[in-house]
Write a protein that binds this ligand. Sequence first.
Ligand SMILES: *[C@@H]1O[C@H](CO)[C@@H](O)[C@H](O)[C@H]1NC(C)=O
Ligand SMILES: *[C@@H]1O[C@H](CO)[C@@H](O)[C@H](O)[C@H]1NC(C)=O
Ligand SMILES: *[C@@H]1O[C@H](CO)[C@@H](O)[C@H](O)[C@H]1NC(C)=O
Ligand SMILES: *[C@@H]1O[C@H](CO)[C@@H](O)[C@H](O)[C@H]1NC(C)=O
Ligand SMILES: *[C@@H]1O[C@H](CO)[C@@H](O)[C@H](O)[C@H]1NC(C)=O
Ligand SMILES: *[C@@H]1O[C@H](CO)[C@@H](O)[C@H](O)[C@H]1NC(C)=O
Ligand SMILES: *[C@@H]1O[C@H](CO)[C@@H](O)[C@H](O)[C@H]1NC(C)=O
Ligand SMILES: *[C@@H]1O[C@H](CO)[C@@H](O)[C@H](O)[C@H]1NC(C)=O
Ligand SMILES: *[C@@H]1O[C@H](CO)[C@@H](O)[C@H](O)[C@H]1NC(C)=O
Ligand SMILES: *[C@@H]1O[C@H](CO)[C@@H](O)[C@H](O)[C@H]1NC(C)=O
Ligand SMILES: *[C@@H]1O[C@H](CO)[C@@H](O)[C@H](O)[C@H]1NC(C)=O
Length: 450
Amino acid sequence: MRVLPLCTIAAGSIALSRANGSPLNRRDSSTTIPLVATQFGTVFDVPVTIGNQTFQLLVDTGSSDTYVMNTGFTCINGTSNLVIPQADCLYSNKTYHTSSTYRPVQNEMFGIQYGAGLASGILAYEDVKVGGIAVQSQKIGIANISNPMGDGVNSGLLGLAYPSITSAHPANHTSNETYWFDRLPYNPLLYTMHKKGIVEPYFSLALAHTPQNESTAFGGYLTLGGLPPVNHSEFTTVPVEFTKNIPLNYTSGKRARTYWSTTLTGGIYGSSMNNLTTNLTPFQAFIDSGNYISFLPSAIVDSVNSLFSPPATYDAASGMYIVDCSAKAPQFGLIINNATFWHNGEDLIYQTSEGVCVSSLASSESVSIGGLTLNIIGVPFLKNVVAVFDFGNNEMRFAKLLEFGDGGLGGVGAGNGSVSSTSAGSSMLSTSTPWIGFGMALFASMVLSS
Ligand SMILES: *[C@@H]1O[C@H](CO)[C@@H](O)[C@H](O)[C@H]1NC(C)=O
Ligand SMILES: *[C@@H]1O[C@H](CO)[C@@H](O)[C@H](O)[C@H]1NC(C)=O
Ligand SMILES: *[C@@H]1O[C@H](CO)[C@@H](O)[C@H](O)[C@H]1NC(C)=O
Ligand SMILES: *[C@@H]1O[C@H](CO)[C@@H](O)[C@H](O)[C@H]1NC(C)=O
Ligand SMILES: *[C@@H]1O[C@H](CO)[C@@H](O)[C@H](O)[C@H]1NC(C)=O
Ligand SMILES: *[C@@H]1O[C@H](CO)[C@@H](O)[C@H](O)[C@H]1NC(C)=O
Ligand SMILES: *[C@@H]1O[C@H](CO)[C@@H](O)[C@H](O)[C@H]1NC(C)=O
Ligand SMILES: *[C@@H]1O[C@H](CO)[C@@H](O)[C@H](O)[C@H]1NC(C)=O
Ligand SMILES: *[C@@H]1O[C@H](CO)[C@@H](O)[C@H](O)[C@H]1NC(C)=O
Ligand SMILES: *[C@@H]1O[C@H](CO)[C@@H](O)[C@H](O)[C@H]1NC(C)=O
Ligand SMILES: *[C@@H]1O[C@H](CO)[C@@H](O)[C@H](O)[C@H]1NC(C)=O
């Protein structure tokens, strides 16, 4: 097992520049930005300045574009395709106004298909600043059309995956059903920051647990070029792999890294720590902060979901497992290299708007669309780790999240969590909750029938 205490990297580069007699250069700068958790701890937003305005944007390791909603945008119901009031798109009412640093990109447009819906509009160069780190002339999307994808707080999204899946297209690209294809890839925000020498080529996330009764709360940290200020165990390191099930035409015919994919050793689960079963069939998955459900092989998911007390039951219409809101959650860990990352029990139960609870583990096979089966590791995992996404070395590093510095909002590893039936998610979006979130640019609209 490769265990890399990440702090030695940063310390090493600082030591080097001092040894050369030079002052700390700009590459040594790192910045930590507190996140806002919305929708009862399922969505994580970060403030980003675009032009002369600051917006909250959804933090998404499962896509690559940064977009913001344009003033006067059109909201489209994804089911009926009818124009609906802007407010129904659920974005913040703060929208983008053309600033003096705005320049449209000639002959290109922006168009993307997320699991949760579509957004499209103008591709533009703008000045973008995150946590005090600023770049000029970053390509971003300024969306004038969207399906409902907001959380009441954000005005768009910050994409943190690889350049190959950015969503610029030739200006004559008209169909909104083919945004996976016909791409003109560009460098996303963090790549630009790194290329300009202002930040090391990695970022890290530590997502916080939120009080169950608070729809909006402190959500943890995004750190660019460094580690968040939390206590954690040793890191285990895995390579970022080419995502096997993505067809070549998705990445402009070139084999390229797309999502933050790696191969896991397996899973471990049981009704208690004294009665654990391991499944050591390796599987590839990507890490997606834009998904509050994890989609994993059914061999694991079916077993874990049967271990809730009382057991979760499969709902074929939605592909989800329904579970009693006050069920006792099983022990569940993902094995990465030889390290086991346990999930806090409270992260395994997700409460929807109607007071119905579902397991936050669903099987990737049951939601495979268009022939693609992708395993997605989402928020339930990320709330229990410090995750480092390193596009310089094409590797990810994970450590157990031990403690936030702010009085114990952080996870403490395995636990028998349960949620009270009157708490989390009681004002969740709508009946057509997009189970597959922003991270996965696959089309699915699944409605929980209950
Ligand atoms: C995991 O542990 C086994 C047995 O100790 C060892 O053979 C194997 O190389 C380890 N794998 C990794 C990825 O460290
Ligand atoms: C979208 O359209 C569907 C089907 O017509 C309808 O059931 C749903 O309530 C609409 N949603 C919104 C947000 O308008
Ligand atoms: C997608 O295209 C269809 C057909 O042109 C159109 O009716 C619909 O409004 C579009 N939706 C979005 C979100 O762009
Ligand atoms: C936006 O919403 C906030 C809070 O609801 C409200 O105070 C503000 O007036 C609204 N702004 C606009 C421009 O509608
Ligand atoms: C932003 O810039 C535009 C264009 O220069 C200007 O009209 C507007 O007042 C500015 N807004 C703010 C909040 O500074
Ligand atoms: C959105 O912007 C594009 C590009 O400028 C334009 O072609 C389109 O008509 C606009 N659509 C709406 C609904 O404003
Ligand atoms: C867009 O224009 C290019 C270059 O002229 C052409 O090759 C392509 O077929 C056009 N695409 C569409 C969807 O019209
Ligand atoms: C949530 O519960 C805590 C502890 O009981 C309380 O301090 C806090 O004010 C509550 N928050 C809301 C939004 O009700
Ligand atoms: C993309 O490639 C896949 C697999 O090779 C194929 O099934 C699909 O039809 C292609 N789609 C487009 C739009 O070219
Ligand atoms: C251990 O868990 C299995 C299910 O995984 C169950 O069938 C068995 O009864 C449990 N054994 C004990 C001693 O609890
Ligand atoms: C980390 O743990 C140490 C020792 O227990 C403690 O002093 C420190 O406050 C903790 N830091 C954070 C950020 O939780």
